[in-house]
Design a protein around this ligand. Structure first.
Ligand code: FEO
Ligand code: CA
Ligand code: CA
Length: 626
């Protein structure tokens, strides 16, 4: 077994909460039928077949002729320890873990990292989703710090048990940073001591709002009202509301909880089991703070797994957990105003065989109107994809689920199971096309597809948008809402790309036609559209460059043309890293890109601990990059 410290969150869950095998005959038959229908109707792999039922992808030669709108030449894979971008572009480090946000922070020590006293005065660890905001003419960035790497963040620890101070350091370096940045002659820099600079971490007070606020399952001894939580955790992807606030997304929150005394028998409730909450925490929180010991404070885990809204323009504001958007392992939050004025937020639940969701506000919004209630009063839906290329957003109502509204929002996974939503291959980021009404979801991979049930015991047969058994490479599915209206319940869908490997793959492991030897990748994860309608795709996959992953190199960022299907490699990250998080400066001349968990000594060389970092990418000629 891999050492526990280096397990990804999904590997951790798989080991601690193994999923039931699904080998019964009915499910095998169901899987076969599902695949046959899908292959006939929508997609076929290999040579000559188009990916998309809509016919948007044509032949390779036609694609090459149409694909003139990338301003760069694709770059080769890399296996080294740094960042690469195309000719005509340059990159620089903007902020790395331990860089000061405030001048009272002690300098980062390349061997030991940061001190307890400075741990909440610096840029946090493991940068992930981020969004940019312009406030009073200043450029602000809100950035997530998803999780901690104990061997990097507490390098003096060895095998010693966590102390209370260790736990506090870990809690302080995760969460969210809001910071002001400015572009000078030497590139972009953090504006140290800006009044907008702020660290939000695992102990920052926040409000719980929306229909589940005050629910009995959210009440604890410290908060008998069920409306005030401490902290936001495992902040993964991001979102931005049309009215200029930041949405941070609580993903693998389960790993922070455990029981302090493992000698006493502990059996997980149904809700804990579905969400992967068990007896063993990853960071020792439960040993020092009773709220993380689920035997002492069984409702505390229910206060995480939400979307949190933060106002970057007001450093004194209290972040708000928006319960109307459901509770699961939230990846990101893609907010868009539908053509009828409703606020729609698309949401993925990143676990094998979990679901894709959307929230539609009851009220409508237009520029300058009040925003009160828009993320508190609305309807949550789960996606059902049918193999004929259509689909439906199924409302998670008490009638449809047999659950009351509070329970639908707190145990959203069970509600989606109850309505027969489509099990997905780990929904990561959703992005909406600004040019035409479309949503895209990165389905990163799912080695259990067609093999094991999800955490709730729902079978996960091969199905329409998840057509590959034991899916190592992932795919990007997209949907076109009926009438071009994101608030509609009906849609049509197709696959934008099936990642694959035409060098070593066979059968459905070759990938779709828009995967070539020049743009190989696996495990799409981060995604964002720029203003021109180019889809930027970031990967978090196997970077061994061996076996099935031969020719894929380090994790990377690619650009995709929604119309032609062409995909071109733009950036490669350092060894061991995932490329995640993408935003643009107000003038669009700078792209901010996140480099998370490098194993190479990035960016300061072999004499330093590796440091996750946000980098800037600009064109040498000063033209926009998005
Ligand atoms: Fe934090 Fe699913 O990535
Ligand atoms: Ca991710
Ligand atoms: Ca991922």
């Amino acid at each position: 077994m891999k050492d526990l410290e280096h397990l990804s969150a999904d590997e951790w869950d798989e080991i601690r909460s193994p999923r039931p095998e699904t080998t019964d005959f009915d499910r095998v038959v169901e899987r076969a039928l599902s695949r046959r229908g899908f292959m006939k109707g929508v997609l076929a792999f290999g040579s000559g077949a188009a990916v998309m039922g809509s016919g948007l992808l044509t032949s390779t030669s036609a694609r090459a002729q149409e694909a003139a709108n990338f301003a760069f030449e694709g770059i080769p894979i890399q296996t080294d320890g740094t960042v690469h971008v195309p000719d005509g572009y340059d990159w620089q480090v903007l902020a790395r873990w331990g860089d000061p946000l405030f001048s009272d922070a002690e300098p980062f020590d390349p061997e030991t990292g940061i001190t307890l006293a400075s741990s909440d005065r610096v840029f946090g660890e493991n940068t992930d989703g981020m969004e940019t905001f312009t406030v009073d003419g200043r450029q602000l960035i809100a950035v997530n710090h998803e999780y901690a790497n104990v061997s990097t963040n507490l390098p003096w620890k060895g095998d010693n048990a966590f102390t209370a101070d260790d736990v506090t350091i870990l809690q302080n370096i995760q969460g969210v940073t809001v910071m002001e940045v400015a572009e000078g002659a030497d590139g972009w820099e953090v504006v140290v001591d800006s009044p907008y600079n702020r660290r939000i971490h695992h102990n920052t007070p926040m409000t719980i709002a929306g229909p589940a606020a005050g629910h009995d399952m959210l009440k604890t001894e410290d908060d008998p009202t069920g409306t005030m939580a401490l902290g936001t955790m495992n902040n993964c992807g991001s979102g931005k509301t049309p009215w200029g606030t930041y949405l941070t997304c609580e993903e693998n929150f389960n790993g922070y909880f455990g029981v302090a005394d493992p000698e006493i028998e502990f059996s997980a409730s149904e809700g804990f089991a579905r969400y992967g909450i068990g007896a063993e925490g990853r960071y020792g929180y439960e040993l020092h703070q009773a709220r993380f010991d689920v035997r002492q404070t069984p409702n505390e885990p229910h206060r995480f797994g939400w979307i949190v809204e933060i106002d970057p323009a007001d450093p004194e504001s209290t972040p708000v957990k928006r319960t109307a958007l459901g509770r699961f392992k939230h990846e990101n939050a893609a907010a868009v105003i539908a053509s009828d004025g409703h606020v729609v937020v698309y949401l993925g639940d990143d676990e094998r065989g979990e679901y894709l969701y959307k929230y539609v506000s009851t009220g409508t919004w237009a520029e300058g109107q009040p925003t009160e209630g828009l993320l508190d009063d609305g309807q949550l839906y789960a996606a059902r994809f049918d193999d004929d290329g259509t689909g439906e957003w199924v409302a998670l109502t008490p009638e449809a689920t047999g659950m009351d509204e509070g329970m639908i929002l707190i145990h959203t996974r069970m509600a989606a199971s109850a309505v027969g939503a489509t099990t997905m291959d780990r929904p990561e980021w959703v992005a909406t096309n600004p040019v035409t009404p479309q949503g895209y979801v990165a389905l990163t991979n799912n080695r259990n597809r067609g093999i094991k049930a999800n955490a709730g015991g729902d079978p996960t047969p091969v199905n329409g948008p998840n057509p590959r058994e034991a899916n190592n490479y992932g795919q990007i599915a997209r949907w076109m809402p009926d009438d071009g209206n994101h608030s509609a319940t009906g849609f049509t869908w197709d696959l934008y790309v099936m990642a694959g490997n035409p060098i070593v793959g066979q059968g459905d492991y070759v990938g779709s036609e828009n995967v070539t030897e020049g743009n190989l990748f696996n495990s799409p994860d981060g995604m964002a559209f720029d203003t021109t309608g180019t889809l930027w795709i970031q990967t978090d996959g196997d970077d061994s460059n061996e076996g099935p992953f031969t020719g894929m190199g380090n994790n990377q960022m690619l650009a995709g043309d929604p119309a032609t299907g062409e995909i071109r490699r733009f950036l490669t990250g350092p060894k061991g890293s995932e490329v995640t998080g993408l935003a643009w400066s107000e003038d669009l001349r700078t792209m901010f890109v996140g480099i998370q968990h490098p194993s190479a000594p990035f960016p300061d060389g072999a004499d330093s601990l590796p440091r996750s970092a946000v980098v800037t990418v600009r064109r040498a000629d000063g033209e926009p990059v998005g």
